[in-house]
Design a protein around this ligand. Structure first.
Ligand SMILES: Nc1ncnc2c1ncn2[C@@H]1O[C@H](COP(=O)(O)OP(=O)(O)OP(=O)(O)O)[C@@H](O)[C@H]1O
Length: 252
């Protein structure tokens, strides 16, 4: 029997002043223990969806629940169980990684007895223990992304949201982050993550949803989706087949 940990039903979000919804009737289900990839071209609605699920934005209509808690009415319960690794680095550059993590540990209300132990575990996971006392502003892009991950998992969330956690970094940091995500998943953490790297999604996801224009256009196991669409070869081929080759970054 499957255990649904996250569900959205007909989710819609319209930003004020925008002539079309950023998400438009999105219904998703994520099972406990999955690595779920939310894929889509620029502007498809991925960050908006994650922001609603993390209780940072309110939907215009529809509903979303996490562990049975409604993300609008029971936002406090939802926040207790989730972690977020946002697309923009959410760290103070003038503080060291250790100081940043101490700051987040207090926000998460981690007990004083456990704080240093937990910080050391997260620094080690991100392979930052040797530079933990350097200011984050001196870090490379890959180190900043790894520190961002450490901050998102400090409080041991059951569900971890990651918005493009490997964007713009070298192959070594990317590989380390992916390995760590798979390890966290093996320890029982459900992962919901966005990426533009299709080979990465094909490598680690149990399920992917491809969205475009705020609507779901395909959902399933990546290999199954590829096998069901002869001629596309891999997930990137399927993605281009479904979303088209027209550029999405033109100014409207
Ligand atoms: N605060 C906002 N106000 C108005 N429109 C917004 C706002 N945030 C996002 N949008 C619009 O909503 C749509 C979906 O944006 P969103 O950032 O969710 O897409 P995305 O799939 O995460 O894109 P990307 O891959 O570029 O990060 C886009 O058309 C975007 O311009």
């Amino acid at each position: 029997m499957t255990d649904i940990i996250l569900a959205t039903e007909n989710l819609v979000k319209s930003y004020a002043g925008s002539d079309r919804p950023a998400i438009n009737g999105l219904s998703l289900q994520v099972d406990r223990g999955q690595i779920f990839g939310l894929l889509g071209p620029n502007g498809a609605g991925k960050t908006t969806t994650i922001s609603i699920l993390c209780t940072l934005l309110q939907p215009s209509s529809g509903s979303a629940t996490i562990l049975g808690h409604d993300v609008v009415r029971q936002a406090t319960e939802v926040r207790r169980n989730i972690g977020l690794v946002p697309q923009d680095i959410a760290l103070y550059g003038s503080l060291t990684a250790r100081e940043n993590l101490r700051y987040f540990a207090r926000i998460y209300k981690i007990s004083a007895k456990l704080i240093e132990e937990r910080i050391n575990e997260c620094l080690q996971l991100a392979e930052l223990q040797d530079c933990a006392d350097r200011r984050v502003s001196t870090y490379s892009g890959g180190m900043k992304r790894r520190a961002n991950l450490a901050a998102g998992i400090l409080h041991q969330p059951e569900i971890l949201f990651l918005d493009e956690p490997t964007v713009g970094i070298d192959a070594q940091s990317r590989n380390l982050i992916l390995e760590r995500l798979v390890e966290l998943n093996h320890q029982g953490v459900t992962l919901i993550y966005t990426t533009h790297y299709m080979e990465e999604a094909q490598q680690i996801c149990d399920q992917v949803a491809i969205v475009d224009g705020g609507q779901m256009i395909a959902c399933g196991h990546p290999t199954q989706l590829v096998n069901d669409s002869p001629g596309c070869g891999n997930l990137e081929g399927l993605f281009l087949q479904l979303t088209g080759k027209q550029l999405r970054d033109r100014v409207e």
